[in-house]
Design a protein around this ligand. Structure first.
Ligand code: BG6
Length: 509
């Protein structure tokens, strides 16, 4: 793999959680794989007062914080830690940016990074405008000696209006080519594999359309709650936190047309076309397309779990959704009339993300299946996490007299490829940005388009408090009312389990 050009990475919000949990471990993993350039350094910037030495100690305080695969890497850690520097600044106020400019200039000289620099915004989003303006005023967005890029973390806005405003502001300071808007789902190996599965196999692509697909189901379930992020989550909710970005990205990968080539512009154009084709949700009958829920307390196997409203940082009257299920249609030639059911939730029975293509039944029914069904429930399951892999379900004759038929699974697990290591999403995304490849980052127009899909729902909820938010006990598959979105007899959501080949209502509790 090509090693990126010499460069400096400047992380804003360096004393925060994301830097410690994701960014530094990802950079350290790249260092261990010898994928960092020869002339390289990291400058952390934060409000917490720390020396560079204290910053290094903070990041490597726990033995496992430096590497996912080998905690005993002290020699490498020492060398890597030497590349880390820290600058504490008051309040990201205008006066800070001349200090930042001077520090960058010192490090560029010391490490001979050639003027190439990535700025990573890992701060609360409220600071994005102030930081980028400060960088711009100090001339730090100009690409004179080398290139300058900026990575913007999610959430990208809280509504269509705020996303447009943020895009506009960023484009006043940087050009679109310099902007890398991160959606960590796109960095997941198995998410990228959706394109390979579709476009490198002659057997799937001919079936991938309204003639053969009955419906598509996308689930991103989590079995944890808000995990100390109550203050943030209560203002955001599942639709903004997971659907506007991650789930709609998954929809685009399932639904997009083959790009003319595996090249950033071609892929991102196809992504945008899908989002533009999503039929606006009919808000006058919102309950037929969107169901929201919030977890309530429950006791699972003798352990009591608290409700969302009992979590720290959450208002006891909160009406924030921790679960949302939607039925969408994509009005284009390929997908006309095929429903896309998508759902996500916290405190569900298991942690699983998967895409399921449900195929249409055979036109003529010859065999009798279990439970009186007459057709195989043909599904192609693309498992994003955990137990990453692919599974195909189809009907088989049971041995013996007559034609008793049952569904069986044919499955492939990534874990079975012995040499396969699935790198953490941030590793891939950081490396791509360091190499100047924006393919797996969201383009401004696509982000705005995805807000156009969810914004009417958010506004309708806000203006109509009578629209129900259904309770569901911790450890269940969300409110029963979500079943009504699938208005076909004998059809339900899938109930996946931790293992790709298992499914069933409560198999993971
Ligand atoms: C984040 C959300 O973007 O994605 C979190 O803010 C969520 O609430 C997380 O838990 C899920 O990511 P993953 O990679 O664990 O599926």
């Amino acid at each position: 793999m090509k090693v990126p050009e010499n460069q400096l990475i400047v992380i804003f919000g360096a004393s925060g959680d994301l830097t410690k949990r994701k960014l530094i471990p990802a950079l350290f993993a790249l260092f261990r794989k010898k994928l960092l350039p020869g002339h390289f350094a990291i400058l952390g910037i934060g409000r917490t007062v720390l020396s560079s030495e204290q910053f290094r100690e903070k990041l490597f305080a726990r033995p496992d914080s430096g590497s996912e695969d080998d905690p005993e890497t002290s020699g490498e850690k020492k060398i890597f830690a030497g590349l880390l520097h820290y600058l504490s600044i008051g309040n990201y106020d205008p006066a800070s940016y001349s200090l930042i400019r001077e520090k960058i200039s010192d490090l560029e000289k010391t490490y001979k990074t050639g003027g190439n620099c990535i700025f990573y915004l890992a701060t609360p989003p409220g600071l994005y405008e102030m930081i980028t303006r400060g960088l711009h005023i100090q001339g730090l967005s100009k690409q004179e000696k080398g290139w300058r890029r900026i990575i913007v973390e999610k959430p990208f806005g809280t509504s269509l209006e705020s996303a447009i405003k943020l895009n506009k502001h960023l484009l006043d300071c940087f050009s679109e080519e310099q902007l890398y808007r991160i959606d960590h789902y796109l960095g997941k190996e198995t998410v990228q594999n959706v394109m390979v599965t579709r476009f490198s196999n002659g057997i799937f692509e001919p079936l991938w359309n309204r003639n053969y697909v009955h419906h598509v189901e996308i689930t991103a379930a989590e079995n944890t709650g808000v995990e100390g992020r109550g203050g943030y989550y209560d203002k955001v909710g599942a639709l903004r936190d997971m659907v506007q970005n991650h789930l709609l990205q998954l929809v685009t990968l399932v639904a997009m047309e083959p790009p003319t080539m595996i090249q950033s512009l071609a892929i991102r154009n196809e992504v945008l076309k899908v989002l533009q084709s999503v039929r606006p949700i009919n808000i006058t009958e919102i309950d037929k397309q969107v169901i929201r829920g919030q977890y309530t307390g429950s006791t699972v196997r003798g352990t009591r779990y608290r409700s969302f409203r009992e979590e720290p940082g959450i208002s006891p009257q909160s009406r924030t959704e921790t679960y949302v299920a939607l039925k969408l249609f994509i009005d284009n030639w390929r997908w006309g009339g095929v429903p896309f059911y998508i759902r996500t939730g916290k405190c569900l029975p298991t942690r699983v993300t998967e895409l399921v293509i449900h195929f249409k039944p055979t036109p003529h029914r010859l065999f009798c299946f279990d439970e009186g069904r007459f057709n195989s429930d043909n599904q192609l399951v693309i498992r994003i996490q955990p137990d990453e892999g692919i599974l195909l379900k189809f009907g088989m004759k049971l041995p013996g007299a007559g034609y008793k038929v049952q569904d069986v699974n044919m499955d492939f697990h990534y874990a079975d490829i012995s040499h396969a290591e699935l790198p953490e999403a941030y590793q891939r995304l950081l490396l791509d940005c360091m190499q100047g490849d924006p393919t797996l980052f969201s383009r401004g127009d696509a982000i705005e388009q995805s807000w156009r899909i969810v914004d009417p729902v958010l506004n309708t909820w806000e203006n109509n408090p009578a629209i129900p938010i259904y309770g569901y006990p911790v450890g269940t598959w969300g409110p029963h009312e979500a079943d009504s979105l699938i208005d076909e007899p004998n059809m339900t959501w899938r109930y996946p389990c931790r293992n790709l080949s298992d499914d069933g209502i409560y198999c993971e509790l």
